[in-house]
Design a protein around this ligand. Structure first.
Ligand code: FES
Length: 165
């Protein structure tokens, strides 16, 4: 049966008011994609499928293209991040100094893979490119806190500290 749906002027009747406002701040120019994604990521902490659809319809860009952009830039995420987001740098300097071991240890400690969040929502894990602290390689961060000259033992200690917070 045909439903009588009221459409908002952004073309998507299911959007929450914040998402509508974000979209309406911008013209329907495709060049606005990155800025819109930035705002959505900042406001919601991730870019949901529903919001990807809204952006796709608003800018008339295929979903696959939007997905490609989101997955290309490490600052965009498809799932909500944890309260504590751990980012392990895999840039060249860190990689040479053994950041893969650091990453493996975090995965093992938390039981999650890159791009995942623990079931309690406390931790999420990402792998990043150089964060500009190569002198401290290998480096990982917990939210904005930088941990340099990292070792496997340091990973254990830092994660345990955050587990008890
Ligand atoms: S390569 Fe890791 S901080 Fe530069």
């Amino acid at each position: 049966m045909e439903q009588n749906k009221q459409k908002c002027n952004c073309g998507n009747e299911k959007l929450d008011s914040t998402m509508k406002k974000i979209l309406e701040t911008y013209t329907k120019d495709k060049d606005n994609l990155i800025q819109i994604l930035n705002e959505v990521q900042e406001h919601y902490g991730y870019i949901s499928t529903e919001n990807q659809k809204a952006i796709s319809e608003y800018l008339n860009i295929p979903m696959a293209e939007i997905y490609g952009v989101i997955t290309f830039y490490s600052r965009f995420t498809l799932k909500p991040k944890g309260k504590y987001n751990i980012a392990v740098c895999l840039g060249t300097a860190c990689f040479v100094k053994g950041s893969e071991k650091i990453l493996d240890r975090v995965k093992q400690k938390l039981g999650i893979d890159v791009g995942e969040t623990t079931p309690d929502g406390k931790f999420s894990l990402e792998a990043t490119r150089c964060i500009g602290a190569c002198g401290l390689a290998p480096v990982f961060t917990v939210n904005d806190e930088v941990h340099g000259k990292a070792t496997v033992e340091m990973v254990d200690k830092v994660i345990e500290e955050y587990m008890n917070k």
